[in-house]
Design a binder for this molecule. Structure first.
Ligand SMILES: *Cc1c(COP(=O)(O)O)cnc(C)c1O
Length: 437
C-alpha cells in the first residue's frame, strides 16, 4: 500500500507516534512468527492491513511443523502412533489442556479441547439446561450470535412438550435501550433478577460478536446463581482477547473456538470449560461417547458409561489430532508472549485506533463498542450509515481486510500478537480518504 498522499495533520502526527510505539514494543517480534496475507480476494497487494483477527486469526509459522510432525508419525507408525507417536494420539487432548487452562484461568481438569464450538454449546446445554414447567427460560444478550440463538431456540423446543412450557416464551433477549447499541451492566443484572425463578439458564456471549462489548462474567454468574439459574458463556470472541478467570468467575460452563483470536486455523478445534463443582457428577445428564469414558477402561469395550472426571468426561469422539497439533503451536505463542502484556498492547492498539477514527470528520458513523477498557477487547465496531457497504468495499480495494456484519457494521480488530500501531493509523488514514471522496 502506498503512503497515503496528504495526511491530515492529526494522522501525520499519529503515524509518528505509532512508529515510535512499534519501535519500543517488546512484543513487536511476534509479528514475524506469523504469515501475513498479500491477497485481498483475487488482488495482490504489496502490503495488506489485516484487522480481521476476530474472524480468522493469521497462521503461525509454527503451524506447519506441528502438522508435519503428526503427518510424519502417521506415515511412520500408522495406528501405532496412538501410543508411539512423539505426542501419542491416545492422550492427545492433554497436549493443550495446560495451555488452555492458563489462558482461561481454569484448573487443568476444567478444560478440554474437542469438537467444534456450536456442537459443544449444544452438548453443554444437554447438561446445564434442564428446564421445568416453571423454570424454563434462557436469557441471551441482545444480538447474540446466530448459533447461540438457534441453539437456545431448538434446545427449548426439544424440552417443551415433555416439560409442559411454551417454547415461544423460552428464549428471552435482554432489551437494549432506545438508541443504544450495547448493554448497561446494570440492565443485564436487572434482566436476570426480573426473570428470576423462571430462568433456567443465563447464556451470554462473553464478548458480543457485533458490538464488541465485554461483559462482567463474575457479576453475571453471581446474579444468575442467586436466582437459581445455571450460567454459561460463549467465549468465541473473548478467549485470547480479554483476560478470563473462569474458575473464579464461576460459570457452570463455557465454550469457545480456536480459529479467531487463538489463530489455530479454519475449522479449528473448540474448547470447553466445565466448572470443578460439576467435575465428578456422573449422574449429570450428558451425551456420551467412548472418549469421555475413563481412560483406563476405554478399550474394554464394555457397556456402562463411566465418565472421566472434569471436562474431559464430556468428550465423545477421539481427538482431532491434526487440528490440535496446530492449536498447540498457536497457544504456545500466547504463553511465550504472556497474556498480561498482550492485553496491555491490545488496549493501546485499539485505543489509538479509536482516537484516530474519532479525529475523522465523517458524520454519520458511530463507534458502538463500549469505551471503558473493562467492557471491551480489541475489537471496535463502527455502525455505518447508508454509505457503509460502499465504504467497506472501498477499504477492501485499498488492501484492507476488515469485516462487514449485516445489516450495517464494520468490525475492526487489531491483534497484539501480529498487528502494529502503524497498521491502525494507516487504516484510519485510508478510512479518512475514503470518507472524503
Ligand atoms: C464464531 C462464533 C461461533 C461459530 O461457531 P462454530 O460452531 O465454530 O462454527 C459461535 N458463536 C459465536 C458467539 C461466535 O462468535
Amino acid at each position: 500500500m502506498a503512503e497515503p498522499a496528504a495526511l491530515p495533520a492529526f494522522m501525520a502526527q499519529a503515524l509518528e507516534r505509532a512508529r515510535a510505539g512499534d519501535a519500543a514494543d517488546p512484543l513487536a517480534h511476534f509479528r514475524d512468527r506469523f504469515h501475513h496475507p498479500n491477497m485481498v480476494g483475487d488482488t495482490r497487494h504489496d502490503e495488506v492491513i489485516y484487522l480481521c483477527g476476530n474472524s480468522l486469526g493469521l497462521q503461525p509459522k509454527a503451524a506447519r511443523e506441528a502438522l508435519e510432525t503428526e503427518l510424519e508419525d502417521w506415515a511412520r507408525y500408522g495406528v501405532e502412533g496412538h501410543l508411539h507417536a512423539r505426542h501419542p494420539w491416545f492422550y492427545y487432548h492433554h497436549e493443550v489442556e495446560g495451555l488452555l487452562a492458563e489462558l482461561v484461568g481454569a484448573r487443568t481438569e476444567e478444560v478440554v479441547a474437542m469438537n467444534a464450538l456450536t456442537v459443544n454449546l449444544n452438548l453443554m446445554l444437554v447438561s446445564f439446561y434442564r428446564p421445568t414447567a416453571k423454570r424454563y427460560k434462557i436469557l441471551l444478550e441482545a444480538k447474540a450470535f446466530p448459533s447461540d440463538q438457534y441453539t437456545a431456540e431448538m434446545q427449548a423446543r426439544f424440552h417443551a412438550k415433555a416439560q409442559g412450557f411454551d417454547p415461544e416464551k423460552a428464549v428471552v433477549e435482554i432489551p437494549l435501550r432506545d438508541g443504544e447499541h450495547h448493554h448497561r451492566p446494570e440492565d443485564v443484572l436487572a434482566a436476570i433478577a426480573e426473570h428470576g425463578e423462571e430462568l433456567a439458564l443465563v447464556m451470554i456471549g462473553g464478548v458480543n460478536y457485533y458490538s464488541g462489548q465485554f461483559f462482567d462474567l463474575k457479576a453475571i454468574t453471581e446474579a444468575g446463581h442467586a436466582v437459581g439459574a445455571q450460567v454459561g458463556f460463549d467465549l468465541a470472541h473473548a478467549v485470547g482477547n480479554v483476560p478470563l478467570e473462569l474458575h473464579d468467575q464461576g460459570p457452570d460452563f463455557a465454550v469457545w473456538c480456536s480459529y479467531k483470536y487463538l489463530n489455530s486455523g479454519p475449522g479449528g478445534v473448540s474448547g470447553a470449560f466445565v466448572h470443578e463443582r460439576h467435575a465428578n457428577s456422573p449422574e449429570l445428564p450428558r451425551f456420551a461417547g467412548w472418549w469421555g469414558n475413563a481412560e483406563k477402561t476405554r478399550f474394554q469395550m464394555q457397556p456402562g458409561f463411566h465418565p472421566q472426571s472434569g471436562a474431559a468426561g464430556w468428550q465423545m469422539s477421539n481427538a482431532p489430532v491434526l487440528n490440535i497439533a496446530v492449536h498447540r503451536a498457536a497457544l504456545e505463542l500466547f504463553r511465550e508472549a504472556g497474556f498480561a502484556r498482550l492485553r496491555e498492547k491490545s488496549l493501546a492498539l485499539s485505543g489509538l485506533l479509536r482516537e484516530c477514527l474519532e479525529a475523522i470528520p465523517n458524520g454519520g458513523f458511530e463507534l458502538i463498542t463500549p469505551r471503558e477498557d473493562a467492557q471491551r477487547g480489541c475489537q471496535l465496531s463502527i455502525l455505518t450509515d447508508h454509505r457503509g457497504k460502499a465504504v467497506f468495499e472501498a477499504l477492501t480495494a485499498e488492501g484492507i481486510i476488515a469485516d462487514w456484519r449485516e445489516p450495517n457494521v464494520i468490525r475492526l480488530a487489531p491483534v497484539p500478537l501480529y498487528n502494529r500501531y502503524e497498521d491502525v493509523v494507516r487504516f484510519a488514514a485510508v478510512m479518512a480518504q475514503v470518507l472524503s471522496r
